[in-house]
Design a protein around this ligand. Sequence first.
Ligand SMILES: Cc1cc2nc3c(=O)[nH]c(=O)nc-3n(C[C@H](O)[C@H](O)[C@H](O)COP(=O)(O)O)c2cc1C
Length: 331
Amino acid sequence: MDQLAPPFDPKDFRRALGMFATGVTIVTACSEDGTQVGVTANSFNSVSLEPPMVLWSLANNARSLPVFIATKHWNVHILSNEQEALSNRFARSGEDKFAGLPLDKSVSNAPLLTGCSARFQCRTAFQYEGGDHTIFVGEVVQYDSSTLPPLLYVTGGYALAARKAGPVSTEAQANIEGALYSENLLGYLFGRAHFQFVHGLRGTLQQRKLSDTDFFVLSLLSVRQPLATEEIAAHIAYTGVDLASGALQSMVQRGLLLEQPGTPTFLRLSPAGSDAILHVLAAAKAVEADLVNRMGELESAALRNLLKQAILATDPGLPKLWQAPDTSDTA
Ligand SMILES: Cc1cc2nc3c(=O)[nH]c(=O)nc-3n(C[C@H](O)[C@H](O)[C@H](O)COP(=O)(O)O)c2cc1C
């Protein structure tokens, strides 16, 4: 065959192709003998609206290729932001990829996965050779979609979508000459976003006569309790709160915390403390729901992801709050 293109360095060619951001799909099918196959594929694309058609391509060395070639029916699942593990599972050859997965009823015998951003049930319309891949063009016979934010793939890694709203400025006059910092200073953005969010809880905190320290301690114990005084201090030291000034003792005296006798002293929420934090967290959830509603699901998911990255990057070594305590026998 004639050389159609210069001999590219495959790694570099792949890296260049990776500049094209895509979603992530899993394409499934079922053989005549009932064997279910599925592959992670980001080569998916829309083709035609009328008739509704889509395409994707599969490597000629994929184990599932014979099934996709033989069958007429396959389902494309646009994965949601929560389905990264599923994407990795279907990108590995060999194991039973469907073990333990709930399936929905499909128009064909092709497996229909759940929890996706969108699904297209297709019938093969055309098949083409495409170098070391086979291209499948399918007519969409059924589809559905959800509001779950889609998972993206770009520059060789998973990503999240956040719509670009043009240059975002919190104020009309964004840059003042001579100012020591601009509104793009991350510290300013973190701080302002934090205080504006917490502002929505102030009413509830004041009603319940709760200080910021009370709020930190109560919300910590609502996740994990009982905790020793030193553990509480270690968890919230990063906020700058000083517990040495008798803050915990005051919370015991006001009936928010219960002391467990012994050394060290362990503290847990009293019924009044539980009730108080329940109300504050309900208010926080309402503020969050309003924020998500204003920003959109996509942006909120992307923001969570970025905030987690920023928290990891600046972590002073806090004790892990969401991990189960290590109960392994160290004796
Ligand atoms: C994000 C991502 C996208 C992928 N896209 C494709 C693709 O479009 N076509 C393909 O043949 N393989 C693609 N793969 C690799 C296949 O998922 C992988 O080779 C899979 O193991 C094939 O399954 P099988 O050998 O059981 O058929 C992709 C992998 C990942 C992680």
